[in-house]
Design a protein. Sequence first.
Length: 249
Amino acid sequence: MTTGAQGGSASMAAPDYWWYTARSGVLETVLASYVGGPRRVLDVGSADGPSVGWLRRHEGLHVTLDVDIRGLDAGGVCGSATALPFGDQSFDVVGAFDVVEHCAPEGTALAELARVLAPGGSLLVSVPAYQWAWSDFDVANGHHRRYTRSRAVRALEAAGLEVRRATYVFTSVFPLFAAERLMRRLKGLLGKGDTGVADIVELPQLPGWLSRLLLALCAVDQRLLRHRDLPFGSSVVVAATKPAQEAGG
């Protein structure tokens, strides 16, 4: 989370929810090879810590930032992605997982993420997919937009970054996601959907067997993502680098 308009991440109330567990594995599979051995890592939107434990295993300085102080570890920085309180070229790796969709304007947030990234450094991003999937859940979360893979790539390239990998994820569970979002849209048309931004969004409660099934399906994605990009899914994950030629200023 990165702007003052919405409350905290749902992960603060349910850190072991199946989606956060699955996302951790998916993000590591897609992005770990772009991390390298950084001396300085910035984790923007760090309230979603359950999904980035793999990134925090790297040695060196690890700085967390979130607009909601409840999502910060001791020593974390309370601040916004649209006005990062750090100097230019301060970090070797910047992670912003399900952050940019909360930011308006989008270009300001991406320019800030690129500004604090050292030349040759990596920006690691995830965003929700497909504007047609917009529902009351996006409103409650304080989202401004959803993305296609091509839109996410264009946005990062417009910020002066070079995209190294861009793929959809959560492909195996996508039919269930699409059905759930269509049901939410129908409820909205019938006037039964919730409205307004929530402080902390309430996640759908699932029986244990269904959570285990969803995790097993996401494990299939992980195996596939080790070798190839996926053609559709409910999220987009992108790894980009800042051109090294910028080192001269």
